[in-house]
Design a protein around this ligand. Structure first.
Ligand SMILES: Cc1cc2nc3c(=O)[nH]c(=O)nc-3n(C[C@H](O)[C@H](O)[C@H](O)COP(=O)(O)OP(=O)(O)OC[C@H]3O[C@@H](n4cnc5c(N)ncnc54)[C@H](O)[C@@H]3O)c2cc1C
Length: 431
């Protein structure tokens, strides 16, 4: 299966190299676009990736350099990027369905290839696009691919893999973020249909999406067995995008609040079994958290590399800022931490590929990625002085964007609670 998938990928890569697409790159280049890049070839013989992974990363890098990075500053200004256009380019080149079944247009490869893609996306000059792409590949679609019917996968998964449809994930609500079990959106059965009422909050891609992988209550039962995941077309009557939310970071990603009023969908749009939605979502979260952790590696390395470059050039009191021991030692500490994070993330992914439940490890990796990103962005920004506080340099965008890792997809404290559950140290409710 994997070999077939890889052949398909190589074929697609060579088709795309015929130069069917061309977008002008005459866009003015600011300092953000000139920052140090991390050479993906360095990891050629790494434990998780072989030559095929690196070939895939190189192909993706060409798309990033030509079709994404030259436009990022403009999209950040506009507070939105053209999701259909960008996803079509990625879909045409096989990057939106790396682990998805070949029957639906995926490459059928194991999760290490998805990790390679997520890691390479870290070379995009903002956090918003990797997040939006991750929603399409690792957050809104894993449950559909694993548990959805063939008909549902033909209708929603295949066009999402090809980049013809944009997906979003509707789990969080105004009153329910960390406590997923407490969502209020409800789907009531009417003949062969479901009637959905309620709303979702913080929906990435929500203003542009064609469909939502939506968590709803389908019965009155216990909160962990009364929920279902459904594919909800965003053009169905009764779906309203109430607003896009202004944020401190992730500017080019649209984050929407969405209302549902008597939205009617066929019951056949249920993903898998009714009542299993909470469990499916918890399984789906594994890939979301691995994606967040592996996606942090390149930005972390870039922040450090860029800070070395800047502080080496910046002279204060007759010597470069970097020559102060506190500066180069701090950067060495951070680099060591990134290396440890990389080892943990690669181990979690290696175990996941072998079929293990990596909930605990994935939670640890996401927790560590969020904390290390905060520490790294904060400490490095300090060494940029006033420049670090401007819009002119990438470090300030990193500082704003990457703050989200400790909040989105389960806050740090939720990760700690999961880890405590596995350590059997979490007090039982009511104690
Ligand atoms: C830019 C952005 C994009 C997002 N995209 C999506 C998306 O596409 N789809 C989607 O469904 N959701 C999305 N989210 C929602 C995100 O997953 C939630 O914000 C997150 O789960 C936290 O929920 P909350 O914001 O409601 O915070 P709350 O649940 O109100 O929590 C607030 C804080 O309480 C603390 N806390 C929580 N639990 C505990 C505990 N047990 N002990 C101690 N302290 C605790 C944490 O510090 C937490 O940050 C997005 C959010 C943002 C900001």
């Amino acid at each position: 299966m994997a070999a077939v998938g890889l052949r398909t990928y190589v074929l697609r890569a060579s088709v795309s190299s015929l130069g069917r697409r061309h977008i002008s790159v005459s866009y003015p280049v600011c300092q953000k676009n000139q920052q140090a890049v991390v050479d993906s070839q360095e990891a050629k013989n790494d434990i998780l990736y072989g030559p095929d992974h690196m070939q895939m990363r190189d192909s993706l890098r060409k798309i990033i350099d030509k079709d994404i990075n030259p436009y990022v500053d403009e999209w950040e200004e506009q507070r939105s990027f053209p999701a259909h256009k960008v996803f079509k380019i990625l879909g045409d080149n096989g990057f939106l369905g790396v682990t998805k079944p070949v029957e639906y247009g995926g490459l059928g490869l194991d999760y290490s290839y998805s990790a390679a893609v997520a890691e390479e996306l870290g070379n995009i000059n903002c956090g918003a696009l990797p997040m939006a792409i991750g929603v399409q590949t690792d957050m809104a679609t894993p449950a559909l691919a694993k548990f959805g019917s063939d008909k549902l996968k033909q209708e929603f998964l295949a066009p999402t893999i090809s980049g013809d449809k944009v997906a979003c994930l509707g789990v969080s609500e105004v009153g329910s973020g960390s406590d997923v079990a407490s969502i209020k959106t409800r789907a009531s059965r009417k003949d062969d249909d479901l009637i959905i009422n309620g709303g979702k909050m913080w929906t990435t891609n929500g203003a542009q999406a064609d469909w939502m992988c939506c968590l709803v209550n389908t019965s009155e039962g216990k909160p962990h067995v009364n929920k279902s995941l459904v594919c909800l077309p965003m053009d169905a009557p009764g779906v309203t995008v109430a607003k896009t939310i202004k944020k401190i970071g992730m500017w080019s990603s649209d984050t929407a609040q969405i209302f549902f009023e008597d939205v009617r969908i066929p019951r056949s749009y249920l993903i898998g079994e009714e009542g299993q939605g909470f469990t499916y979502q918890m399984i789906q979260f594994q890939e979301e958290r691995l994606y967040a952790a592996v996606g942090a590696l390149v930005p972390l390395e870039r922040i450090i590399a860029e800070t070395i470059k800047y502080t080496r050039e910046r002279k204060i009191f007759g010597k470069s800022v970097l020559d102060n021991q506190v500066v180069h030692f701090t950067l060495a500490e951070l680099e060591t931490e990134v290396e440890l994070l990389r080892s943990a993330v690669y181990r979690a992914i290696a175990l996941y590929i072998k079929g293990n439940d990596v909930t605990k490890l994935a939670s640890m990796c996401k927790l560590k990625a969020g904390r290390l990103m905060r520490e790294t962005a904060d400490k490095c920004l300090q060494y940029w002085g006033g420049m670090g506080f401007t819009e002119e340099v990438m470090i300030s965008r990193n500082y704003r964007d990457m703050r989200l890792i400790s909040i989105g997809g389960g806050a740090d404290e939720v990760m700690l609670s999961i880890i405590c559950k596995f350590m059997n140290t979490l007090p039982k409710p009511g104690k």
